[in-house]
Design a protein around this ligand. Structure first.
Ligand code: NDP
Ligand code: GUE
Length: 281
């Protein structure tokens, strides 16, 4: 069996062409362009790279970004003050607070300070709850990007058994809720799950969001499954042992070039939508 490659890089590129046209039209009509504010706290090099990639993606579609860098010793109060300033700034249409923040900061409180209409990365409790209830909301960027990639490739989810390994606030948990809303039967596994391989063996669609390189073994995954690997580690490996799977699964996301580009693309897409809404008012 030749597996379908779920090419996130390609899907993101195609979407960017459409977004660029929308941004150009908006600029011509209003003389203004959507702006994404990115906040990086501390100097973790990997986080800095991701934030830079997000700014670059803004530029590729003709949008602006505002890069805010705060020191490693920033307090919750200082970060909240910055977020509130961005909430009140009418030139800013989306806010991204890069996770993780240094340990002294209450990340949840800071995420939840982001105004709902600027929460284009889908990190607030309000956004999560609205998404879960199928009310209008910006989805968490990584799981929403995965849903878009599956949709673009006509992967059916209704009635399928989706096993999500991981339950983090911006990845595993919203992923499970989006799959449920797509009428899948959902199992969520985590660090306390007993007999993880037994659950993974039942998956029609397996989503790896564990944060450990090649933690999910190829021989746990059944023939013909759809494999979605959200993990990303140095050396270009994900959370799933992928190499032995490529000729016996139905479809898989490559690492790199699968989920990663869709995360950034979804953030950009949601910023354009937010900009269109706010600038049309
Ligand atoms: N490509 C992209 O755009 C993005 C990629 N990522 C990648 O996705 C991965 C996950 O990220 P994130 O969700 O933020 O990570 P977290 O560390 O926040 O969450 C990891 C999850 O995996 C679970 N877990 C840990 N160990 C085990 C185990 N032994 N068995 C079963 N479950 C386990 C944890 O369970 P518990 O809750 O019980 O602790 C937790 O729910 C990482 O590789 C990260 O780099 C993340 C964001 C975006
Ligand atoms: N608030 C918040 N939102 C996030 O969405 C968020 C975050 N914090 N913190 C960190 C993680 C990580 N993340 C990635 C985004 C893109 C790639 C990506 O595009 N990767 C490329 C490869 C990049 C490379 O070559 O290094 C790929 O998979 O093809 C990876 C990882 C978003 N995250």
């Amino acid at each position: 069996m030749t597996a379908l490659v779920l090419d996130g890089k390609r899907c993101a590129k195609d979407t960017e062409i459409r977004l660029e046209a929308q941004v150009t039209e908006l600029k011509e009509r209003t003389g203004r362009t959507p702006i994404l504010a990115t906040i990086l706290v501390g100097a973790d090099p990997a986080s800095a790279t991701y934030v830079k990639m997000k700014g670059n993606a803004c530029r590729r579609v003709g949008m602006d970004s505002m890069a805010i860098e705060l020191s490693e010793t920033t307090t919750t109060e200082q970060l909240l003050a910055k977020i509130n300033e961005l909430n009140d700034n009418p030139d800013v249409h989306g806010i991204l607070l890069q996770h993780p923040v240094p340990a002294q900061i209450d990340e949840r409180v800071c995420f939840d300070a982001i105004a709902a209409h600027k929460d284009v990365d889908g990190v607030t409790c309000l956004g999560f709850g609205r998404m879960a209830m199928q009310e209008p909301a910006y989805g968490a960027a990584t799981p929403a990007g995965i849903m878009r990639l599956l949709e673009a490739n006509d992967i059916a989810l209704e009635g399928k058994h989706v096993v999500v390994v991981g339950r983090s606030p911006i990845l595993g948990k919203p992923m499970a809720m989006m799959m449920l809303n797509a009428n899948a039967t959902v199992t969520i596994c985590h660090s306390r799950t007993q007999n993880l391989p037994e659950f993974v063996k039942q998956a029609d669609v397996i989503v790896g969001a564990v944060g450990k390189p090649e933690f999910i073994k190829a021989d746990w995954i059944k023939d013909g499954a759809v494999v979605v690997d959200a993990g990303y580690h140095p050396g270009g490996v994900g959370d799933i042992e992928l190499a032995p799977l490529v000729d016996r699964v139905a479809a898989y996301t490559p690492v790199p070039g699968g989920v990663g580009p869709m995360t950034i693309n979804t953030l950009i897409l949601q910023t354009v939508v937010s900009g269109l809404k706010q600038l049309a008012e």
